[in-house]
Write a protein that binds this ligand. Structure first.
Ligand code: C2E
Ligand code: CA
Ligand code: CA
Ligand code: CA
Length: 276
């Protein structure tokens, strides 16, 4: 895993390219990249605390830039969002990821697929169409696809809310990402058809040492259990964090301790190896 992580690590890239008045040039570059298929998807396992099985993977986009190397989302997502190219990139991510994940299983159970969606993607009428096509084309059960949104995505947007209701009607799952960092966390759980709560890695970082973080983790785990929701602790990097998170009753973990985000072929190999 360490070797794979080195090869697949994204560049820390100065955002100079993405600055100020160069929006048009960047927009052109993003569109060209999309036509050339330069956006690739890496996959990071989500592992059940109960039995160590991989229950799901999260799709994370990278830009295989011809001169700058492999760029992480922080280098280009804001610009993609501003220019609307995110809708094209998002469609490519969804199609690539569904094609890859459809055949994955662990211990005889299918591995679900988590895909991130931004507000503008969810407000776009094409999003639901693409989801339907992907499910049909790859014979994916709707509940095997989970859309990840952040709390702020949903505020004050009736079209986003409508999309989420349609997806829930199809049986597609919904996860709230970075849970605990927005100011409306509890409202989100009351108003949306949420299935999974992903606890932000800032809380997980102090899981072994900080009393305040431990209290937050325990409280979220208890609340989620009472609401019948799954919980994922993000950013689990060491065994002490893993042990605390397990004891707190969180149902799954994701982080470098288990595996970094890797290309599809490496995820296939990881699933084939004994990883529990
Ligand atoms: P996120 O959804 O919160 O994804 C988790 C991020 O944490 C990923 O960063 C992942 O590589 C990183 N991570 C995983 N395990 C660990 C760990 O143990 N420790 C630490 N410190 N970090 C860990 P990444 O891949 O750079 O993605 C950044 C963000 O970009 C994502 O945050 C998500 O909000 C966004 N994003 C990624 N792919 C997509 C996409 O296809 N569409 C959209 N709309 N957004 C995406
Ligand atoms: Ca996410
Ligand atoms: Ca649901
Ligand atoms: Ca997150």
């Amino acid at each position: 895993a360490a070797k794979a992580a080195g090869k697949n690590r994204v560049q820390v890239f100065s955002p100079a390219l993405l600055d100020g008045d160069q929006t048009t040039a960047l927009e052109t570059e993003l569109r060209t990249a999309a036509s050339r298929g330069e956006f690739v998807v890496h996959y990071q396992p989500i592992v059940a605390t109960r039995d160590g099985r991989c229950t799901a993977v999260e799709a994370l986009v990278r830009w295989a830039h011809p001169t700058h190397g492999l760029l992480g989302p922080d280098a280009f997502l804001d610009a993609a969002e501003r220019t609307g190219v995110i809708n094209r990139i998002g469609e490519q991510v969804l199609r690539q990821a569904c094609a890859a994940a459809a055949s994955w299983e662990d211990g005889g159970r299918p591995v679900a697929l988590h895909v991130n969606a931004s507000p503008s993607q969810l407000a776009h009428p094409r999003f639901v169409t693409v989801v339907r096509e992907c499910l049909t084309e790859h014979a994916l059960a709707p509940k095997q696809l989970i859309i990840e949104i952040t709390e702020s995505t949903v505020l004050d947007s009736p079209s986003v809310q409508a999309t989420l209701d349609v997806l829930a009607g199809l049986g597609v799952g919904l996860a709230v990402d970075d849970f605990g960092t927005g100011y409306s966390a509890l409202t989100t759980l009351r108003t949306l058809p949420v299935d999974i709560v992903k606890i932000d890695k800032s809380f997980v970082a102090g899981a072994a040492t900080e009393v305040a973080d431990q209290a937050v983790l325990e409280a979220i785990a208890q609340m989620a259990a009472r609401l019948g929701l799954e919980t994922v602790a993000e950013g689990v990097e060491d065994l002490d964090q893993q042990r605390f998170v397990e004891r707190a009753g969180i149902t799954a973990v994701q982080g470098y301790l288990h595996q970094h985000p890797v290309p599809a072929a490496e995820l296939t190999a990881w699933l084939a190896r004994a990883h529990t």
